[in-house]
Design a protein around this ligand. Sequence first.
Ligand SMILES: [Zn+2]
Length: 235
Amino acid sequence: MSTPLVQISQHVWIWPHHADVDRVQSAVGIIVGEAETVLVDAGNSPQLARKILSSLGTINAPPLTHIIYTHHHWDHVFGAHPFGVPVVAHEQCLPLLEAMRQKRWGDEVLRIHERNPNLKLDFTASDWADFRIVLPETLFSQQVTMTLGGLTLELRHVGGVHAADSIVVKVVEDQVMFLGDCYYPANLTDGPIDTGMLTALANEPVQTYIDGHRKPMTKSKIERIIRLYRKSAGI
Ligand SMILES: [Zn+2]
């Protein structure tokens, strides 16, 4: 059966990011172990979450057990509720989401929050009526390892220019790393990308890097980005 999911490696799939920047739809990672499935991020809306849930059957994914948030931004978190599983995140993610829970969210509030009046949203009225931000139940401060059958997931806090609670998630056996949005500022006009962070991540034993808002990248693509950026910045 055809599926919108894209296979990255033996155990890793993604629901790809949307090319339309006004949709602010980041990629969602799907890590398939022997007996359980873990998501990296939750998508930007309940509607997207429902699409992802129904797509899991097309790849015979075992039951979903956890979501890992790469950071607290809405486009990585607001789809969490329909999945109905506990969330793992960095310890700084919790107070940031608790603060976001104080707001009464809706399409217009989200457009103002995103500073984009053209933001395209897929929330229905009942989605907003049932909406809640799912807080992480399992927190860590620097690094934690999750095992998934024969798979090792390394979750590591990197912080940085994008969000204080940014983490990366490495699927060790598959040499895949989820970057979230960690190496660039939250608003691309706000300043430079963090070439130091990206260089350190490029030196890891990883073949494929999954960025929240770009196509998956090889190590040489990451190195090219670093070189181009340094050249244009005169570094
Ligand atoms: Zn972000």
